[in-house]
Design a protein around this ligand. Structure first.
Ligand code: CTP
Length: 399
């Protein structure tokens, strides 16, 4: 969503300025043209040449270039930009912005910017907690500036508290999500189930599977970047989400996943079932840890778990699109077609463990898509899970 966007990256003088290099890299990687504007103090923290090399544009700091005598037009910059992000935004820069003090190129450009403006504050905890800073942030928020809240954690001063600039990846994701509000899935609600489920045996053991959730999380990020509002119902995984358009609901068992999915399905336009749900769960959970003293462990009685996809398939209303996944070892397409019908799906994404690079834990996948209306599956080559996510959403768009 950053592709082709003109972004002003304002950097003010704080130690977090070193993170701006990563932010700049992320924005450029996303396809944006970035003009860096630094305050004079920011140059003490980071070399302009690093930033101009990455942005492929001279960095602007002063109103005039000393050697060429050229005047930098803050007005033209303000008109050029689709968005302006000030990261880090120091207490001083925030104060100037809130009060219209135009004594450097960064704040002057802010006053000329007609585009949406974002600030990522970074400062020591006492400055952050000071009523003046709170007042300035409230003023900026009232003026329509988007505040990317700082984190609580270790600060450069050695103290710990609130004031650490949000991570560059998250800031880039906020901008991406902002531009996504006019993406092709804008206004659509997408439910995604992802990861494994854990079915408890006793307080320390469970029945689970090797799913890592990578495919589901990749689809969630891709749908969010296309403007969708995503609910990601996730079993236990080590992954994190970066788009603010993703609401993550953490669950453990199939029953918990069903309840969360049913709730989100009520308002969903699209539901994509990528979770590897355990088919069976222990009939009863031991209250205390099973000890190994027993000479033999006879058996654990299992009961069938609910089928989440099939339950949603029965509740499906006209206009809702329900997508399933099938990870198979044999007869992938035939089994996929059978599941499509059995669970009342509109489309099923089939992958086979027989294919190298497909399945659990990999960063790639090789899929075929079978839709309810078509006899022949659409086969795709081996791709990254991100690219596969894009193919799946493109296919859903045709439905
Ligand atoms: N699924 C589900 N709830 C279950 C089992 C499966 O929602 N209890 C969903 C999966 O998320 C996937 C699709 O159904 O989208 C197919 O999952 P799979 O495990 O392949 O199907 P099963 O019906 O469990 O078939 P089998 O294990 O016999 O292959």
């Amino acid at each position: 969503m950053l592709k082709g966007k003109n972004i002003i990256l304002g950097i003010s003088g704080g130690i977090a300025a070193y993170k701006s290099v990563v932010l700049l890299r992320q924005l450029v990687k996303g396809g944006a043209q970035v003009q860096v504007v630094m305050t004079p103090n920011a140059r003490e923290f980071i070399q302009p040449v690093t930033l101009s090399s990455l942005s492929q544009r001279p960095v602007v700091t002063e109103f005039f270039s000393a050697n060429t005598g050229e005047w930098h037009s803050h007005v033209a910059l303000g008109e050029w930009a689709d968005a302006m992000i000030v990261a880090p935004a120091t207490a001083s820069t925030l104060a100037k912005m809130a009060n219209g003090v135009a004594d450097n190129m960064l704040v002057t450009t802010y006053l000329s910017a007609r585009c949406p403006v974002f600030v990522a504050p970074a400062m020591d905890l006492d400055m952050m907690a000071h009523p003046t800073t709170a007042r300035n942030l409230a003023t900026l928020a009232a003026d329509g500036v988007h505040i990317i809240e700082p984190e609580t954690g270790e600060l450069a001063s050695g103290l710990s508290g609130r004031g650490r600039m949000e991570e560059p990846e998250r800031i880039a994701a906020v901008l991406d999500a902002f531009f996504a509000s006019d993406g092709p899935l804008a206004g659509k609600k997408v439910l995604i189930t992802a990861g494994p489920t854990y079915e408890r045996i006793d307080p320390v053991r469970f029945i689970g599977n090797f799913s890592t959730g990578k495919m589901g999380y990749a689809i969630a990020e891709e749908a969010a970047s296309r403007g969708a509002e995503v609910t990601l119902v996730s079993g236990p995984t080590a992954l994190s989400v970066s788009s603010p358009r993703i609401r993550r609901v953490d669950v453990e068992s199939a029953r918990e996943m069903l309840a969360a999915a049913q709730e989100a399905f009520e308002t969903a336009d699209i539901a994509i079932m990528t979770a590897a749900v355990a088919d069976y769960a222990p009939a009863h959970v031991f209250d205390s840890k099973i000890k190994r003293e027993k000479a033999e462990f006879d058996s654990i009685e299992l009961v069938k778990n609910p089928d989440i996809a099939a339950t949603l398939g029965r509740a499906k209303r006209p206009g809702q699109v329900l997508v399933g996944f099938a990870l198979e070892t044999d007869h992938a397409v035939a089994n996929g077609r059978d599941k499509l019908a059995r669970k009342n799906l509109d489309m099923i994404v089939v992958n086979s463990l027989a294919d190298k690079g497909a399945g659990f834990g990999t960063d790639t996948n090789k899929i075929s898509i079978i839709s309810a209306g078509s006899d022949t599956p659409a086969d795709y080559p081996l791709k990254s899970k991100k690219a596969v996510a894009a193919d799946i959403l493109d296919f859903i768009a045709t439905l």
